[in-house]
Ligand binder design. Sequence first.
Ligand code: ME8
Length: 736
Amino acid sequence: MTDQATRSERYYLTTPIYYVNARPHLGHAYSTVVCDAIARRKRALGIDTWFLTGTDEHGQKIERSAKLAGCAPQEFADAIAAEFRGLWDRLGLTYDDFIRTTEPRHKRGVQRLFATLRERGFIYKGRYSGQYCIYDEAYVDGPPGTLCPDCGRLTENVSEENYYFKLSAFERKLLEFYEENPEFMGPESTRREVISFVRGGLRDLSVSRTSFSWGIPVPGDEKHVVYVWLDALANYITALGYGSDDPTDKARFERFWPADMHLIGKEISRFHCVYWPAFLMAAGIAPPKSVRANGWLLFDQGKMSKSRGNIVRADTVMQVLGTDALRYFLMREIPFGQDGNFSFDALVQRYNGDLANGYGNLVSRVVNMVHKYFGGVVPEVGAETQAEITLRAHAERGVAEFGPAFDALNFSDVLKQLWLLVAETDGYLTANAPWKKPADRSDSDHAKLQARVLATAAEAIRIITALAYPVLPDAAAKVWRQLGLGEIAEAARSGFLKHLTWGGLKAGTKFGEPAPLFPRAEKDAVERMQNLEDENNRSVVEAAGNKPGMVTPAPGPTNPVVGAVRTERGAHIEPESPGEAAPTGTTAAPGDAAQPVNAVPTEPVAPEHATRTLSPTPVSAAHESPASETISIDDFAKVELRVAQILVAERVPKADKLLRLEVDLGYEKRQILAGIAQHYEPEKLIGRKIVIVANLAPRKMRGLESNGMLLAASLEGGAPVLAGFLEDVPLGARLK
Ligand code: ME8
């Protein structure tokens, strides 16, 4: 075998490694499911395939999330990484390896890569003074106060001694590389964006940090940790064994590198198409063959993401409609590379239309008739008529066209075409009506027609099923058994797609028992999914009070919540829906009679933390009479009012009124929850200076800790108005 032939028979593909600061949602599942379908098809073509996924666990963002959750970063990462892995297993994803960036094998590889870059003269020491976006873990050009161009958050001013990577040396090399490898990146929009970014000029990149320690130490200079993107991108080689001297690891790396495809979301194209090939070129390692970006899965008009609080979990869809329904929807509904909307309505419509009434119904009709008329044994086709010749020709064309279109990632189109074959087979069946014997047809002619039509339709189903297998693995496995063909997973292992030709279902094959594939979704399916999401969110509220990331609500209604949820400590949290919420302006400490507090209106509060003086909305209702009692100056001095600036503002999922803020006091940063979500757009608050009560005892709401309270004027029947300043004031300044 030539070297070329050997190389072409292996395929290495990867998902992004997901940050462990958020639980997995449908957006993460989307990229991973697409990779799984590709991996399944490659294997079924007899190609030696390696499919890698994993979690990205270092960096300031994770360190801060862990701190806010009150646990060590490793403990935090362990819990969320387990959630990702658990979900991928429930979804039946066939990844070959799951890399975690906190594993020793990764650390060893990153340190080797860093040392190599330094030895080859591409890393030097310098001082970085400028802006940094913690959320995106990215350096941002511009003066202090610049907002991150990617996420719009306020950047932080950092000045530190750093190691730099000579990215500027790769400007021309990268442009040449893109030119010589037109297939390197896609879709076209990504390609254009990346090229224009590089043409705009590349500056050297800071690749170490000293301001936090949750990362991989720079070899030989351990007060620095490696820049999180250099650390993360390296996973694609460290997982194969780069950095290890073990012969098995070396062989795996030799076999599978360079990657055939890194599949990513479009927002991280620059890291994968600019930095990553530059790091690799500098280290003397071949760049990946291709990077492909999926568009965004949108929900309620916005990108599905934790910070927007508009996520849907894969488990919800799996529980109600099954994993295949989710896979099919994601790949059929959204043309790959474009943004696409997710909705429960559209999902159920696709499910019923294409899967239950389409493919599922066709299989059930044919399998049942073969049982009824031929005792479950495939009959001889006999002499084909024009109808069979046409159907066969279309199926053969389908087989020929499916592969190239699938490899070009046109999943939506290939499925659309395949479902035309489903419809055509269905139409063929109906036109020939093997269940109906006209009076002028002899018994023997009718038997011949039945045999011809059912054998042909069954063969068409076999072809459709084989092609659909990477997208619908569970259904395909059931159909394969019903067609009497055994286990499709075994067929896949022996590369059955490589030789897929018409005529594989031989006469005499004994069918398996009919079994339902896609039971029609009832009218309440949408409602059931919505309820599961609500239920989960309440369970998360409950669990987050302990430690975010420590709970995976098990699939199935294992957390029945009717009207209220319980914390681990048995405390009672009222649900948020208006009809059921605690009376406005009142919370009660356990054992206390409900007492009015100066809050408008309250978020649900765990009473063990609630006191009559604490409220997330620190406003006295204007209609209440001003305080009648006076206080001494000493009383007032106890309240520490300070100037803070909002760095991050985001909605708390399923809490209509609550915003989670990260504020900077100059001397420290902290998290505050405020009940102003109905009156302030979170994006517009970023960068704003506010006044907070800085010495309020911490309290938990929705499982999140609030460390302070912001001040706002409360207007009767109107929106709260945040306190602020006309003149510039330094952060942390005390109000006296
Ligand atoms: O960026 N629609 O991790 P991450 C489509 N750790 N895809 C989505 C999505 C959505 N709404 N939301 C998430 C990181 N994704 C880095 C990557 S790689 C060396 C390091 C998918 O947890 C999509 O693939 O923010 C996106 O790129 C990825 O999840 C981002 O995951």
